[in-house]
Design a protein around this ligand. Structure first.
Ligand SMILES: [Zn+2]
Length: 226
């Protein structure tokens, strides 16, 4: 997980959010069941394209590249089933992989007193305040009850993710080893390649990789800058 920035509201949503929301809320208030077409208006290609752009095509929670194996689900940070007025709210939409999306389900608490039950919002909360990134292991900080709740619901340490992140960190280790063993005249080039081409937003598990690199820097294995 890494901190995400919300992009500009797509024109299709800016022009229709109020009408779409009013129609959905009125339908529910009348005791009618909204049609799939009505509920799914947030799946407009312009909206999904903007969300894939701001998440770099990755799951907002686990940082897996969703487009490699699936279409990628549009995720409601606050479940639309619990708060229909946020079904088309731009700041409530993101991208999640099938597994995180399913694990999260409709988890939600409207009680401010239960704020410890609120999951980490990657657009609002700094993941480092709630999780420890220990190479491929991502575990909740013992001083963050919300981090613990997020882990228990979304399961960021599930075995498939651990395996994928371990492979990624093994790859980073290979680059670090190449830098360490290289003749001095090649080291700057190799270091720049590592820092500029493998820790970018588009890279899978870049948040985890960046934390691992910081750890190696703190141990003197790598210099701070290329
Ligand atoms: Zn995910």
């Amino acid at each position: 997980m890494r901190l995400l920035n919300k992009g500009p509201v797509p024109a299709i949503l800016a022009g229709n959010e109020v009408a779409w929301t009013n129609a959905l809320v009125a339908t529910v208030a009348n005791g009618q069941k909204p049609t799939e077409a009505m509920i799914g208006r947030y799946r407009h290609p312009e909206i999904k394209g903007a969300l894939l752009s701001e998440t770099a095509g990755k799951c907002a929670y686990c940082e897996s590249k969703v487009r490699h194996i699936a279409y990628g689900d549009i995720e409601h940070v606050v479940p639309k089933s619990k708060v229909p007025t946020k079904a088309y709210a731009w700041d409530n939409l993101t991208i999640a992989c099938d597994v995180c999306n399913t694990n999260k389900g409709d988890h939600y608490t409207a009680d401010p007193a239960s704020s410890q039950d609120n999951l980490i919002d990657p657009y609002v909360d700094r993941p480092n305040d709630h999780f420890l990134f220990l190479r491929e292991v991502v575990c909740p900080r013992p001083d963050s009850l919300r981090g613990k709740m997020t882990e228990s619901v979304i399961k960021l340490t599930r075995s498939e993710l651990l395996e994928r992140r371990r492979e990624r960190m093994d790859f980073v280790d290979g680059l670090v080893r190449a830098y360490t063993l290289a003749p001095p005249e090649f080291q700057t080039m190799l270091l720049r390649d590592l820092y500029e081409n493998h820790l970018a937003d588009v890279d899978e598990y870049a948040g985890v990789s960046a934390a691992y690199i910081e750890h190696l820097q703190s141990k003197g294995v790598l210099p701070i800058a290329a």
